[in-house]
Design a protein around this ligand. Structure first.
Ligand code: FDA
Length: 313
């Protein structure tokens, strides 16, 4: 087995698992809470409050980018916290939509109580998506770990059955089930975001080798661009971007690229300059730590950068 392939199989998985486990440690969380945003997290997160998003959105719009906002938070396990998260969105949607430029929104259903009370999460999501419809705004349901995929898709279907068409879902290419999920959603003419997948999942649920995930991603993008009503190709992978451009031209697909704030902005600018629509995800919130650790786990160099910054303090 070539050395690069061995790192692909063992190194990357071990690295992701190490980072995602280490960051669950209370002492790591305490250090991060003290220094994190200034030590590096602000590269990926607009700030802790909604108003911190405004200058970031304005800069991105000035560069020709579209944007979406997400309030960070997840794995909420009380009714009270789920209601607080929903209220945050209920004040965010009218505020952000007055800033102009078709900014859209994403929500994580576990932030709205999915693992605590799925009906509560549905009611919360319904209020937010309904409110967004009144402001002509779109709300996507992010996809989280594999245990909540069925529940997330059920809520998506219920929202659509209630006539809320200003909503979409996310499909994760690393999951063995995602092609089937896409096919089963097609009668709804869905708006889907296609991603590789950011969670630690076992082999019976998800592909483990990066090269397999990359290939599955390109295939899922190809299928979505061919059959879905609208596809958000969410990636920073140049090869996947090339595939998407070729397929979208061939199929005359309705689509946009999406990238994360703080990642490959050079590529985002190149794509916009070439006339491709690009939407940047702008996250904010006091609960930025888990989001930040996922960005660290995606790329070893990010963790070294953080460690260097923390050691300087
Ligand atoms: P890949 O990991 O191969 O990266 C390609 C290149 O991009 C790297 O070589 C590097 O240059 C750069 N890069 C990627 N990540 C980086 C990082 N963190 N820091 C610096 N450079 C980096 N996942 C999920 O499970 N559910 C979801 O709902 C979403 N939503 C979502 C929205 C948007 C807009 C994006 C872009 C991504 C997501 N994701 C997600 C995350 C996704 O699953 C995946 O983990 C990341 O996008 C990284 O995969 P890439 O496709 O970028 O490829």
């Amino acid at each position: 087995m070539p050395a690069g392939d061995a790192f692909d199989r063992i190194g990357r998985a071990a690295f992701r698992s190490l980072i995602l486990s280490a960051t669950k440690h209370p002492r790591v969380q305490a250090v991060a809470a003290r220094h994190g945003l200034r030590a590096g997290a602000n590269r990926f997160v607009a700030g802790e409050s909604p108003s911190d998003c405004r200058p970031v959105l304005e800069r991105l719009h000035a560069d020709g980018m579209r944007t979406y906002v997400i309030a960070l938070g997840e794995a909420v396990h009380t009714t009270e916290q789920a209601v607080i998260a929903a209220r945050l969105y209920e004040s965010l949607v009218p505020e952000v939509t007055t800033w102009g430029r078709e900014t859209t929104f994403s929500i994580k259903l576990t932030h709205l109580g999915l693992e605590h009370d799925p009906e509560l999460a549905f009611q919360n999501a319904r209020r937010i998506v309904g409110l967004a419809a009144k402001h002509s705004a779109f709300v996507r349901l992010d996809m989280e770990h594999s245990a909540v995929v069925d529940k997330t898709l059920t809520i998506y279907r219920r929202l659509r059955a209630d006539g809320l068409d200003n909503t979409g879902v996310v499909l994760q290419a690393y999951l063995h089930r995602s092609v089937d999920d896409l096919i089963s959603l097609l009668p709804l003419e869905p708006n889907v975001r296609v991603v590789k997948g950011a969670y630690l999942e076992p082999p019976d649920v998800a592909l483990q080798r990066k090269s397999d995930v990359d290939a599955a991603y390109r295939q899922l993008v190809r299928t979505a661009l061919t059959y879905a009503r609208f596809t958000a190709v969410a990636t920073h992978d140049v090869q996947a971007v090339r595939t998407a451009i070729a397929v979208a031209a061939e199929q005359e697909s309705d689509f946009e690229f999406q990238m994360l704030y703080g990642v490959r902005y050079d590529l985002a600018r190149q794509l916009v300059a070439a006339g491709h629509p690009m939407r940047i995800c702008v996250p904010f919130g006091e609960d930025w730590f888990v989001y930040f650790t996922r960005r660290l786990a995606e790329r070893p160099a990010n963790s070294l950068f953080l460690l260097r910054n923390l050691m300087r303090r």
